[in-house]
Design a protein around this ligand. Structure first.
Ligand SMILES: Nc1ncnc2c1ncn2[C@@H]1O[C@H](COP(=O)(O)OP(=O)(O)OP(=O)(O)O)[C@@H](O)[C@H]1O
Length: 590
């Protein structure tokens, strides 16, 4: 590995790119319980401005925390207790327990500093919605509607198809769920019963985490609608188990990921007939669901639904192409609603965005420095580190664990039970780093994320915005750092209209590189091989990088060197062939 630092990375500068954090406020619980069942917190802080901030502590449901029940950090704890049970039975029980916890909502303790800029002046109780929904909303602690909720509710209640765009973390989930529940609760009873139990509201989400989260939100709103239920069908769980659940307790609201829904359409008896009852179809993260990765599944699903229905498309990003192809799902006379003013940025002003250029060989030590600095400034840190692929995510997580950071990892190569557990833990934690692939890029609502780091170029501008949107939710502050290699600078063109500034060059801690090499040396070779292959696959199809295959060979070698390897791993011929790289000189094959 070369020790020479490129120009963009001068050795005499310190890492001063992170803005100094304001002094932490001390939050002290005052023993008052409001009429809403909220525990209201007093804020004891010496600073005047801080004293004026409204801070609430919300208690949601249940006494036992999800974290306590499951026993994090020791995957095996739960398995060893009852020796007589088979491993499969225990796993099944554990997954069931996770499901129950997820859908009943474990205790969630959230400290909130309210900045109400995302809210409108309209209160929910001024709207023409049912008393049952209002009670659920009140219990959830929502008083005023967010701007997107205020803008879309009347249109949806009028029966219009709606394509809605609103910034990340501004309440789009409630914006589509609440009116959908209202539509459902007004259906004549013939639609609610009979031989076939119809699905009346179908919500599609691009990731499992998002589907689970939407179901949790639905449960809150349905609390006082005893005859309406919401169910989730997602990949990574047993199809037969889902079939049994649906048969035992068919619900009117189904929240699904597209692949698994398609499976049910094709393999579950009576499912197609149930779908004929759909009155409202929602595509959450619509632009993602309509892009090529999902399009076929979506078209197949739409073909199974009645044409006479209402369709709602929601996202924080609605590129031109989506407006052009939304007719795949919507009626021509649909309404387009945007709470992002024309000519203004799609990101939040209170989230400071920076980019930082570092060669691959230095990125882990720069990451180390960024994290160390952030943690020293904020003991309540909650960081998400996004990586390009699942296997690169696994590798970066392993390195950070080796460097003694408190880390969890989440990506598609983990079992669904693991992903659900980690997601719940991160939601409820402070002082934790989540290393993630794009499974957490969109929609996932982790409260109080203090910093989002993106390593390597995101797949596109939209993905950058959604990943960044994991911080600065509900009007809170946040920071985002995009770390690019010098040859990835072209990505900046796609986000040049966003307020993203160059961070001061970062000098890693002396000695850190040595530690990283030691950690890398201990990592199983197979993990590095997998990361190399995944990295190559990603950049091979990345715009602005993948076209020049000869350059790609050199960049991939640079990546393998950044993992401490002297020579790049050999790849299977069929893998190279699949990537269209078999004839490119420089790749080793077996
Ligand atoms: N009217 C409201 N008042 C207060 N909080 C709300 C309101 N509506 C929704 N919320 C809360 O705001 C948070 C963000 O909502 P949500 O996850 O739906 O945002 P989003 O706009 O869908 O974000 P993304 O674009 O990232 O998917 C959630 O914790 C949700 O419970």
């Amino acid at each position: 590995m070369s020790a020479v630092l490129p120009k963009a990375f001068p050795s005499n500068l310190n890492c001063s790119h992170l803005p100094a954090k304001p002094k932490k406020k001390k939050l002290v619980a005052s023993p008052q319980v409001s009429t809403k069942g909220e525990l209201v917190m007093d804020e004891r802080d010496t600073s005047k401005s801080a004293r004026s901030a409204k801070v609430k502590r919300k208690r949601v449901n249940k006494e036992s925390t999800f974290a306590n029940t499951i026993g994090y950090g020791d995957e095996n704890t739960g398995f060893r207790v009852k020796k007589k049970e088979s491993k499969a039975a225990v796993v099944e029980k554990k997954e069931k327990k996770i499901d129950e916890e997820v859908f009943n909502g474990g205790e969630e303790t959230v400290l909130q500093e309210e900045d109400e800029s995302y809210l409108s002046d309209t209160r929910f109780d001024e709207c023409p919605i049912s008393q049952s929904s209002l009670k659920g909303i009140k219990d959830a602690g929502y008083v005023k509607m967010s701007k997107v909720q205020e803008a879309t509710l009347p249109l949806i209640l009028q029966g219009k198809d709606v394509l809605a765009k609103a910034k990340t973390g501004t309440g789009k989930t409630v914006a589509f769920l609440l009116p959908a529940i209202e539509v459902l609760s007004k259906l004549p009873s013939s639609n609610l019963g009979g031989k076939v139990s119809p699905i009346n509201v179908l919500v599609l989400c691009p990731t499992r985490e998002l589907a689970i989260q939407a179901a949790t939100e639905a449960k809150k709103l349905l609390k006082y609608h005893p005859s309406v239920g919401a169910q989730v069908v997602i990949g990574g769980t047993r199809l037969t188990q889902e079939q049994r659940n649906m048969q035992a307790n068919p619900c009117q609201i189904l929240i699904a990921t597209p692949g698994r829904l398609k499976d049910h359409i094709e393999n579950t008896t009576g499912f197609q007939a149930r779908l004929k009852g759909v009155k409202v179809l929602v595509l959450d993260e619509a632009d993602r669901l309509l892009d090529m990765g999902f399009r076929r599944d979506i078209e197949r699903i739409i073909a199974a639904l009645p044409k006479e229905r209402q369709t709602l498309l929601f996202s924080a990003t609605v590129p031109k192409e989506v407006k052009q192809i939304c007719h795949v799902a919507m009626r021509k006379d649909h309404e387009f609603v945007s709470t992002v003013e024309e000519g203004t940025e799609e990101t939040h002003a209170q989230v400071r965005q920076m980019y930082l250029i570092a060669p691959l060989e230095k990125q882990l030590s720069v990451l180390h420095r960024l994290l160390t600095e952030h943690i020293s400034q904020d003991s309540d840190y909650k960081v998400i580190v996004f990586c390009t692929t699942a296997m690169v995510t696994a590798l970066v997580a392993e390195v950070l664990v080796g460097l003694k950071f408190k880390v969890r990892e989440i990506h598609s190569r983990k079992t669904q039970a693991y992903r659900t557990r980690v997601s719940q833990e991160f939601r409820q934690s402070k002082g934790l780093i989540l290393v993630s692939s794009d499974v957490s890029a969109r929609g996932v609502d982790y409260p109080d994320v203090t910093l989002v780091i993106q390593i390597g170029m995101p797949s596109d501008r939209e993905q950058y915005i959604h990943r960044l949107g994991r911080t600065g939710r509900k009007g809170k502050e946040g920071q985002g750092i995009l770390m690019l290699a010098p040859w990835e600078i072209c990505f900046l063109n796609t986000v040049k209209d966003l307020p993203i500034t160059e961070a001061a060059p970062c000098q890693p801690d002396p000695g850190c590189q040595g530690k990283i090499l030691e950690v890398l040396a201990r990592i199983d070779m197979r993990n590095k091989e997998r990361a190399y292959q995944a990295w190559l696959g990603y950049y091979n199809s990345a715009k602005g990088v993948g076209q020049d295959k000869l350059r790609l060979v050199n960049l991939a070698t640079e990546f393998s060197e950044s993992m401490g390897l002297r020579e790049p791993p050999a790849l299977q011929r069929k893998v190279l062939s699949k990537m269209g790289l078999s004839k490119v000189p420089g790749f080793r094959s077996i």
